[in-house]
Write a protein that binds this ligand. Structure first.
Ligand code: PLP
Length: 405
């Protein structure tokens, strides 16, 4: 029998990070040992949500706050976020500038539903990018347009390429800093240049800074620090720096010096009302995250840096694999010489490696067909012993393939 039809828009959705899990789970169910290096979930490894956040959540549950909160978010959390981001960015935010979402992913969905005003509207996203920035645009009949980030320059945005990709259909420029999947942390000069281009073409900036506290060297420059008059939507959340990905809390702060984002903010709010509200107890517990001690960050960064150092060195020792050193977040994005195994593309490589050695990584083309191909993304979250085992298996795999070819 023929299955019932679904919309063309749904058929375009890929979710590469989870897609690779399907064959991996099949192998696991058949008794194979599998090492999962595909998903950026620190809590699947030896990281845990800070105790004061967990205590706050327990207390919230006991206080009987199982009611719906306002659609735009719990007022106390919005106030805490406004104060926290005012301090972080040196730009003043009011409660009314903050919208709480169910994970930052929900905000990416809202963004595209609001900004893609007609089929063919374009969203300018980094190449490579976090995949929902591609899929949500397609879901709304828009076109995700990737601007190049330059591997030879530590994956910094290629400003000339970015400029060349702006058309009269471009709706905004998305920055992801630190970047997923490359781990690049953008330098201040580059961010200033992006801001200048946005100003020149009268485009708002979406600045996804969800990994801003996970930096291994140097400093993170908040876009808002240098954004001047350009309208910025700051995207952040609690999944990464606060080690609470399953809590599903993110937020958007609108910096809108001349009221240009008014309709966009209204659009976000309409969509927020449509889903009633975020989870009330976890929103309230997130107040403790921002107001309480930030001590967990010291140990989190120490562990990640150690694992980053190991991954960077070990991967570069493997013939046919080369990578730049990530400076933040928890990913590494190596390049593969596909000629070693005669793979037809990076997905073919990823699947072959999975079936041969039981290690799951994500194909780079899932993050950008143009600028991510011939790469793969691995998390650097596991302990060094696990990374050593996984990359040892990769080394063996590449050697065997080389001999055969
Ligand atoms: N933005 C970036 C760059 C990400 O890497 C992620 C998750 O991996 C998200 C947003 C979404 O985070 P969440 O929906 O868990 O808040």
């Amino acid at each position: 029998m023929v299955p019932f039809a679904v919309s063309e828009r749904i058929s375009s959705i890929k979710s590469p990070i989870r897609e690779v899990v399907v064959p991996a789970k099949k192998l696991e169910a058949a008794g194979r040992k599998i090492i999962f290096l595909n998903i950026g979930d620190p809590n699947k490894f030896d990281f845990d949500t800070p105790v004061h956040m967990k205590d706050a959540l327990k207390a919230e549950l006991d206080s009987g706050c199982g009611f719906y909160s306002p659609s735009e978010g719990d007022p106390d959390l919005r106030k805490t976020v406004a104060e926290f981001e005012t301090k972080t960015n040196g730009k003043s935010f009011d409660v009314s500038d903050v919208l709480i979402t169910s994970g930052l992913s929900e905000a990416i969905g809202f963004l595209n539903a609001v900004l893609v005003t007609k089929p063919g509207d374009e969203m300018l996203v980094p190449g490579p990018t976090y995949p929902p920035y591609i899929d949500y645009t397609k879901l709304n009949m828009g076109v995700p347009v990737a601007y190049r980030t330059d591997e030879d320059n530590g994956w910094q945005p290629d400003l000339e390429n970015l400029r060349s990709r702006i058309t009269d259909r471009t709706k905004c420029i998305v920055l992801i800093n630190p970047n997923n999947p490359t781990g690049a942390v953008y330098d201040e000069k580059t961010i200033r240049e992006v801001v200048n281009i946005a100003g020149e073409y009268d485009l708002p900036i979406v600045s996804d800074e969800i990994y801003d506290q996970l930096i291994f060297e140097g400093r993170h420059t908040p876009t808002l620090k240098v954004s001047g008059d350009v309208p910025v939507m700051l995207f952040k959340g609690f999944s990464k720096s606060y080690l609470a990905p399953g809590w599903r809390v993110g937020y958007v702060c609108f910096h809108d010096p001349h009221g240009r984002l008014e309709k966009i903010r209204d659009g976000f709010l309409k969509l927020a009302r449509l889903r009633l509200c975020g989870c009330t107890p976890v929103q309230r517990a997130c107040i403790a995250a921002l107001e309480g001690t930030q001590e967990h960050l010291v140990e989190t960064r120490r562990k990640l840096k150690e694992r980053r150092d190991f991954a960077f060195k070990r991967l570069n020792e493997i013939e046919g694999i080369s990578c730049t050193r990530p400076s933040g977040a928890f990913y590494i994005f190596p390049k593969v010489d596909l000629s070693v195994g005669g793979w037809k593309d990076d997905f073919d490589f990823v699947m072959d490696f999975l079936h041969a050695k039981g290690v799951v990584v994500v194909n780079g083309s899932g993050f950008s067909t143009e600028f991510g191909k011939d790469h793969f993304r691995s998390v650097i979250l596991p302990q060094v012993e696990v990374l050593d085992e996984a990359f040892g298996l990769l080394d063996e795999f590449m050697r065997t393939k080389k001999k055969r070819n």
